[in-house]
Write a protein that binds this ligand. Structure first.
Ligand SMILES: [Zn+2]
Length: 459
């Protein structure tokens, strides 16, 4: 019987963002194609990145798309895929599919502005987002879906609400894609699964392949310390936060500090329409949260809210942030300060010595957040020079990603025959690959962007 199987690392190879993996199987001349993720490449100028180029495969020929989770670097190009002719179902867990349009509607405007800045057409519109949303079909953890010769099962990846590991079984081979992998323990969703049975190939992320996170307790301490300092200095604490998962972790942590009276109540502004909408999706998908949060919600106590929390949905409401007397806290997106309302707050508050900026997530090279993390004393926001006199600190313990030891221990528990290391900067990917081959004696390679790897099949 003539059969062939391959994986093409279309995007997300040797880079953190832009996840897009194509699996092609052929039997007796009948081809079948599935995609895992279709993400936006972030941190580069729009016109220089893959976002603006045509897909290197024919979107009309793809039989299904499986999405690991709703972060933009995993779903951000789905509307473009649809616009370019993809017409098959899009599978993910129910929360991922609820989050998808919320996240995409938010990024449409940002992408259009980026495209306009370099004289290009926007890659898609809100109509394409709506079309993509109408093509989704939920697939629960543990259930299987057959697409031609492929059988696909999703497992909990423990990264963000609804995040999934994608297990692909085809022609007797079992291939596991991690998407992004969560750390253990997590704070608001259940810890990740290890799929049962033998895995032939593991396609693992490596965002933090060469770094360790501080324990969650250290980040809780850093947040508590920053809150206490701005209370003392009568300053403003800015937290640029990713709207998805990170913001909910911060809200839940502040809620706990207040309940345990570790800090005096102070106004906390959630100045992010996106984060507000995302938090609603969390509450609507309570069965995907940790059991203790489900119980808290059932008892009528919202783990993501407290009396001094003010949500500012519209831009008019956002004025209340500036009018409020310090001390106060402002949580706003975008997480890497590359867009969103945080930029105007940074313009306003970074020059003040009494203020603080706490970075709680990964800052991609080239982003404004990365420049602040690297200690820039002066930055440009909307072409205006802004002096940075506020204390800038970062803490990595709220990360939703496994660190280098977590990634290694996941590879060890999966115990595959071979590993492809993706979704990390080169340094980080090669560090993880070396540790996988050195410590676990498993062959680990780092595919290049666009590389197609044939999977050998036994006759
Ligand atoms: Zn992610």
């Amino acid at each position: 019987m003539s059969r062939s199987l391959s994986i093409t690392f279309v995007g997300g190879a040797r880079s953190v963002t832009g996840a897009n993996f194509l699996m092609e199987a052929e039997e007796e001349g009948r081809p079948a194609r599935i995609l895992i993720d279709c993400g936006l490449k972030q941190g580069e100028r729009f016109c220089e990145s893959a976002n603006s180029k045509p897909f290197p495969y024919d979107p009309t020929s793809v039989d299904a798309l499986f999405i690991t989770h709703a972060h933009a670097d995993h779903i951000g190009l789905i509307p473009k895929l649809v616009k370019d002719g993809f017409h098959s179902p899009i599978y993910g867990t129910a929360p991922t599919l609820d989050l998808m349009p919320v996240m995409l509607e938010d990024s449409v405007g940002i992408i259009a502005r980026e495209a306009k800045a370099c004289g290009a057409e926007p890659p898609y519109t809100t109509a394409d987002v709506a079309r993509a949303a109408s093509m989704t079909e939920p697939l629960n953890y543990g259930l299987t879906k057959s697409i031609g010769p492929f059988t696909i099962t999703l497992f909990n990846a423990g990264h963000i609400l609804g995040s999934a590991l994608v297990l692909v079984e085809v022609f007797g081979k079992r291939i596991l894609f991690t998407g992004d992998l969560g750390r253990v323990p997590t704070l608001i969703i259940p810890d990740r699964d290890v799929p049962p049975g033998t895995i032939d190939y593991l396609v693992t992320e490596s965002v933090y392949g060469n770094r360790t996170h501080e324990p969650i307790e250290e980040s809780e301490k850093a947040l508590l310390g920053a809150l206490k300092r701005v209370q003392e200095k009568k300053g403003t604490l800015l937290i640029p936060s990713f709207s998805l998962e990170r913001t909910q972790i911060i809200l839940k942590t502040i809620d706990r500090f207040l309940t345990e009276k570790l800090v005096e109540p102070l106004p906390v502004f959630l100045d992010s329409p996106l984060a507000i909408r995302v938090t609603e999706v969390y509450k609507n998908n309570a069965r995907f949260l940790r059991r203790e949060l489900q119980e808290q919600l059932q008892s009528g106590d919202d783990p993501f809210s407290f009396p001094s929390l003010r949500v500012t949905f519209s831009k008019g409401d956002a004025k209340a942030v500036d009018e409020a007397e310090p001390p106060k806290v402002v949580i706003a997106g975008a997480g890497m300060s590359h867009g969103g309302r945080i930029r105007s707050h940074e313009m306003h508050y970074l020059p003040g010595k009494e203020n603080e900026l706490l970075l709680v997530g990964y800052q991609v090279p080239g982003s404004l957040g990365r420049r602040l993390q690297d200690g820039a004393k002066e930055i440009l926001i909307n072409r205006k020079k802004v002096k940075v006199r506020a204390k800038v600190s970062k803490t990595g313990g709220f990360s939703a990603h496994a660190d280098r030891d977590g990634l290694l221990s996941f590879a060890e528990s999966v115990n595959p025959k071979e590993v492809f290391v993706v979704l990390g900067e080169m340094e980080s990917a090669s560090f993880l690959a070396q540790r996988i081959s050195g410590f676990l004696d498993i062959k680990a390679t780092i595919p290049q962007e666009g590389e197609q790897i044939e999977i050998p099949l036994s006759e």
